[in-house]
Design a binder for this molecule. Structure first.
Ligand code: ITT
Length: 203
């Protein structure tokens, strides 16, 4: 059984492929025509399942359910001081400010929100929910990474909020650390590690 990644985020594809060297993994565009998925869920889990099920449905329509399963990731950063913002809205956080939010505009909004509280940093955590949809059913796992969000952008690796996130026990942002270190620490890796046990039984 092969795995199709139900994501349009190339950085997630890179990290998942790097982490799951033992599985045969395909980007969405390698197997299906592009299509829009509306993330209407109220939690990381609901959105991850919306994405994995939408892609699995297309797999079934093509009669490929004995060949492929789908795997999605819904993730984001949350700040307790901002009542959990941006949370599940991490990718579209600056939608009220720009018509097409980017990682950069989202970071700028988060930095200005922290600065507005007269802080230079604040505790934060990343969440990832990994969902798998397959002929054996749906499965989900979660992973978390704790640390601090800072009001500066530092480093060049990673994506999204990595430039302004210092993981617990470090004094560098994720973007200042190498990719191997992120793969050991990250919310995504922790959730993928748990999902590995399930995948081993169905792939
Ligand atoms: P798909 O829905 O197609 O997978 P997306 O980027 O829209 O792609 P999400 O809805 O899950 O994915 O939003 C995740 C956002 O959370 C992402 O755009 C980043 O801003 C942030 N994020 C998640 N994981 C991250 C990580 O490891 N490093 C930095 N930022 C991350």
């Amino acid at each position: 059984m092969k795995i199709v990644l139900a994501t349009s985020n190339g950085d997630k594809v890179k990290e998942i492929k790097e982490f799951y060297k033992e599985f045969e993994i395909y980007a969405l565009s390698e197997v299906l025509e592009p299509f829009y998925i509306d993330e209407t869920g109220k939690s990381f889990k609901q959105n991850a399942l919306i994405k994995s099920r939408a892609v699995y449905e297309k797999i079934c329509q093509k009669g490929l359910e004995n060949e492929f399963i789908s795997l999605s990731d819904d993730s984001g950063i949350s700040l307790p001081i901002l009542n959990g913002e941006p949370g599940i809205y991490s990718a579209r956080y600056s939608l009220d400010l720009v018509t097409k939010p980017t990682d950069k505009t989202n970071r700028q909004k988060l930095i200005s929100k922290i600065k507005a509280l007269n802080l230079k940093s604040s505790p934060a955590f990343y969440t990832a929910c990994i969902a798998v949809s397959s002929k054996f059913g749906d499965f989900t796992t979660h992973g978390f990474m704790y640390g601090d969000a800072i009001t500066q952008e530092r480093g060049k690796n990673g994506f999204g909020y990595d430039f302004m996130f210092i993981p617990k026990g470090f004094d560098k942002t994720i973007s200042e650390l190498d990719i191997e270190t992120k793969l050991k620490l990250s919310h995504r890796s922790k959730a993928l590690e748990l999902m590995r046990y399930i995948l081993k039984t169905i792939v």
